[in-house]
Design a protein around this ligand. Structure first.
Ligand code: HPA
Ligand code: MG
Length: 223
C-alpha cells in the first residue's frame, strides 16, 4: 500500500478555527502570564484554554478515524512537545472513557529551521534516532505545522503502513502545509507567534498561551 495514498484516503475534511489576517489577538490584561514576559509580548493570540479544548477535539477525531489500536506517535521537537504531550494525554483519557483504547508509543525527532523569526531554507534533522521502528506501523506525526513536506519524505523512507499528520498551527502561505496535515488545530495568518513550546531563540517556550511577540521582546532576545 502506498503510504501517500493511505495518508489522504480516510480523514474527513474537517472544519477548523481560523484567525483572520486582521485579528490582533486579545489584550494582555485579559489573561495571566509569567511576569517576566510583561514587556516582551504584545497580545494573546490563542489562549491556553482554547488550545487545550481544540486538542481534545483533535484527539476525538483521531479516536474515530484509527482502526488500528496501536499507533506510533512521532513528536517533532522542540516546538511540538507540548502539543504532543497534551494530544497523547487526551487520547488516553478519551480511551479510558470509551471502550476503544488506542495504545500510543512516542518517538522523538528534532528539527531546526528558524533563526530569530526567519525561516531558513534548510531543514536540519538533528538528533534523529534510527526510525526503522516506524516500518509497517501506523504512525502519527505531531508537529506545530511547518517543515512538513521534508519531514514526510524522510519518514516515508522508513515505509510505515500509514502516516497521518497532526499540526497545531497551519499558516496561510502559498503552498500551505494544510494539504499535508490531516488534523489541523488552527489556521492562522503567516505571522510569527511564540508560546506553548514555540520559541524565539529558545525563549517563550514556557508561556502557556500562543502569543504575539513585541518589538521589545524581539530586540531583547535577538541573537
Ligand atoms: N514561532 C516559533 N517557531 C516557529 C514558528 C512560529 O511562528 N513557525 C515556525 N517555527
Ligand atoms: Mg524554534
Amino acid at each position: 500500500m502506498s503510504t501517500r495514498a493511505s495518508r489522504s484516503s480516510s480523514t474527513p475534511c474537517q472544519r477548523k478555527p481560523t484567525r483572520r489576517d486582521d485579528w490582533p489577538g486579545y489584550s494582555l490584561d485579559l489573561f495571566t502570564y509569567p511576569e517576566h514576559y510583561h514587556e516582551d509580548i504584545e497580545s494573546v493570540y490563542i489562549p491556553h484554554g482554547v488550545i487545550m479544548n481544540r486538542i481534545e477535539r483533535l484527539a476525538s477525531y483521531i479516536m474515530d478515524d484509527f482502526e488500528d489500536n496501536n499507533i506510533m506517535v512521532l513528536c517533532v521537537l522542540k516546538g511540538g512537545y507540548k502539543f504532543c504531550a497534551d494530544l497523547v494525554e487526551f487520547i488516553k483519557v478519551l480511551g479510558r472513557n470509551s471502550n476503544k483504547y488506542l495504545e500510543t508509543r512516542v518517538e522523538f525527532i528534532r528539527l531546526k529551521s528558524y533563526l530569530n523569526d526567519h525561516s531558513t531554507e534548510d531543514l536540519h534533522i538533528i538528533g534523529s534516532r534510527d526510525l526503522s521502528i516506524l516500518r509497517g506501523k501506523v504512525c502519527a506525526i505531531v508537529d506545530t505545522g511547518k517543515t512538513m513536506k521534508a519531514l514526510l519524505k524522510h519518514v516515508e523512507t522508513f515505509e510505515p503502513k500509514m502516516v497521518k499528520v497532526a499540526g497545531l498551527l497551519v499558516k496561510r502561505v502559498p503552498n500551505m502545509a494544510e494539504r499535508l496535515t490531516d488534523y489541523v488545530g488552527f489556521e492562522i495568518p503567516n505571522r510569527f507567534v511564540v508560546g506553548y513550546a514555540l520559541d524565539y531563540n529558545e525563549y517563550f517556550r514556557d508561556l502557556n498561551h500562543i502569543c504575539v511577540i513585541s518589538k521589545t521582546g524581539k530586540m531583547k532576545y535577538k541573537v
